[in-house]
Design a protein around this ligand. Structure first.
Ligand SMILES: C[S@@+](CC[C@H](N)C(=O)[O-])C[C@H]1O[C@@H](n2cnc3c(N)ncnc32)[C@H](O)[C@@H]1O
Length: 238
């Protein structure tokens, strides 16, 4: 009870801070803290902001890139305009939206991808966590080929089954992949950010992170069915 009160108090404090500072969402402070610690966006960068609504991360990205950079935000929901930012409304996993993103960067390679994407939560935690991991994997599959060598990638993920697997799939693509929880993240939340720095040239372009992750989940499902057949309880209904 006391913990819940403390969390809600903390959230309100960040919300108030966001309102006073002109940022649209308290999540802006998460990216500011990530930026301060890891310097993921540089002046003049081309930045893709995935899951951009209402636009807090886009505001921070515009400040970081300055007048020689470019920020493109994508979300299912429309965002109020931000000067020096282009917004695309659409589902990032769909071809039509992906073509609009490529067009918005005029076929240039992107320097930094920041993704705070989060699916609509159903309340079924294990299901939500897997859907979120699959969404993140799709974002990697689409956007990694657009990220320039040396580029950086930040993404929110929810802790749970498959996280180590996803990290292992990402690791060979970057010099460093670290987990980070900014202070502005909720205490009680299991969200964590993956900070991937220095994109490495990748020869095996045909591999799909989403397919590899799904193979992992399929394997788990079979294991659990087997256990049930042997008299154990089935832990997950997927
Ligand atoms: C936590 S919010 C992002 C907040 C944002 N970073 C900010 O600072 O204002 C997550 C967003 O992901 C978006 N989203 C979820 N699934 C998506 C999809 N398939 N394509 C594009 N956006 C998606 C949601 O609409 C939601 O606005």
């Amino acid at each position: 009870m006391a913990d819940r009160w403390a969390d809600s108090h903390r959230r309100d404090a960040w919300r108030k801070k966001a309102k006073n500072s002109g940022y649209r969402a308290r999540s802006a402070f998460k990216l500011l803290q990530i930026q301060e610690k890891f310097n993921v966006i540089r002046e003049g960068d081309l930045v893709l902001d995935v899951g951009a609504h209402p636009g807090g991360w886009s505001q921070v990205s515009v400040e970081c890139v300055g007048e020689n950079g470019k920020v493109v935000g994508v979300d299912l929901e429309p965002c109020e305009p931000i000067e020096f930012c282009t917004f695309i409304v659409g589902d990032i996993t769909v071809d039509e939206t992906q073509s609009k993103v490529i067009e918005a960067f005029s076929d240039s390679m992107i320097n930094s991808i920041v993704s705070d994407i989060s699916p609509n939560l159903t309340g079924n935690w294990s299901r939500d966590q897997i859907i979120s991991m699959q969404l993140v994997a799709s974002v990697f599959d689409f956007s990694l080929p657009l990220l320039c060598p040396g580029g950086n990638f930040v993404t929110k993920i929810f802790q749970g089954e498959g996280i180590e697997n996803l990290i292992n799939l990402i690791k060979p693509r970057f010099s460093t992949v670290k987990r980070y929880s900014p202070d502005a993240s909720r205490n009680s939340s299991s969200e964590v950010y993956l900070i991937c720095k220095n994109h490495l040239p990748w020869k095996n372009k045909a591999t799909s992170i989403l397919s590899d992750l799904n193979s992992f989940y399929e394997g788990k499902k079979e294991d659990e069915t087997e256990k049930t057949a042997m008299g154990f309880r089935l832990h997950k209904a997927k």
